[in-house]
Design a protein around this ligand. Sequence first.
Ligand code: DC
Length: 222
Amino acid sequence: ATIVAIDGPVASGKSSLARKVAKRLGFAHIDTGAMYRCVTFEAMRRQIPLTDADTLTTLAHSLDIRYIDSHDGEQNRVLLNGEDVSEIIRTPEVSRNTSPVADVPTVRHELVRLQRQLALRGRCVLDGRDIGTVVVPEAHWKFYVVASLDERVQRRLLQYQSEGHAVDVEKLRADIIERDRRDRARTHGALRLAPNATILDTTDISLEEAVEMVAALVEQAL
Ligand code: DC
């Protein structure tokens, strides 16, 4: 009862929600998308072709990925072999390249194993695509976060602009649609609603309201 699983499409707000719920409950936050991003970033840096499944899998197995939760719940850091990669793994280019890497079943197998290990320590909030269905199907709390496409494009646009990335809105919209399509189509770990998950539509509610709803439910039960 101490594992909270949060899944949802691109830019639905699941990561911010997971981070803030974790902070509020005093749980660890495990951002599983960051793991797929780390493998992709490292592969790009080492010029490993993103179609080379074997080398990508060996890479996924060898990386040391750690999370450092900040005290204010705002600036959680991701360390890749000790290096702070929190910003660089979120560039539009890494985002685009992560989709095909996340399609590779053997890469998923490696990362899911690591995610389960971390999750089973308990008192944690995980966010991703397949948390409630594959990573920890036994999680007591499962949320499926959605928001309209317009709202998701707007949120990602604001995020990229605040980070100083130049973005074309139409390209961003096409990227989000394409990444969602791939997330739903993959053979292993596809994005889908777990049978017992609660759907949370964040289109018209603030992040704080969403945090309140999720955290209150879990707190009541604890
Ligand atoms: O949540 P995010 O945007 O940081 O995820 C980055 C990519 O990794 C995205 O293409 C979906 C994929 N992903 C996945 O396949 N399974 C997860 N549990 C988390 C992310």
